[in-house]
Design a protein around this ligand. Sequence first.
Ligand code: ZN
Length: 244
Amino acid sequence: MTAPAPCMHRAPTLMYHSVSPSTEPDPHLLRIHPERLAAQLGQLRRRGLRGVSLGELQQAAQEGRAEKLVALTFDDGYTDFLTHAVPALARYGMTASVYVIAGRMPGSNDWDRDGPRLTLLTPQEVRAVAAAGHEVGSHGYSHIRLSGLGAAELERETAQSRRVLEDVLQAPVRGFCYPYGDHDEAAVLAVQRAGYEYACVTNDYGSPGVFTLPRFYVGQQDSGLRLRVKTLRHHIRIRSRGGR
Ligand SMILES: [Zn+2]
């Protein structure tokens, strides 16, 4: 029997995308209103929990102090992370991970044909996010699915994206987030080879490990009870897969 990976933890990891008061159509339910986000953070705090970046949670888990932590993650690196999420997080003394697309700084979510067009953080804004105490991780180089890619494309999406971000931040980039949560064995190996310390997937509890950390979706509909239920469901799934 294989021993669990050294810093696999069972703390909940919440996955967000855009944070905005916009009322534009949102067919993929990627947007949460800043007030709803603040309400969720308040709920976590009332339960004695603190939201931190996934990198900080990994560190805390290794040191055996992850008990009262949850990880907060935001995919794609939308400009609205800086304008709406950062102030809400600051109000509650919490931090988060934001996973940016190294080849799209600046850029927009033009991979998403039928959703609202959203701008992505510029390099300067990415530095501002890091300066505000949040973790910046890689969401690949171009926001494409990694499974089935050849070696050169995998290298660009994992290692090159890391180099670009480290150049922008002048600091190590430890975390990777698979676009669409999509990964296969070669992709996981490429992420490890690129020097990342952890990687996260999406609503996938098939084989939780340091390079396939499960997260669950949180959106505008997730108030009080629903968020509580999702958190409990996360614990049950992790436990049934041997996480600790
Ligand atoms: Zn994405």
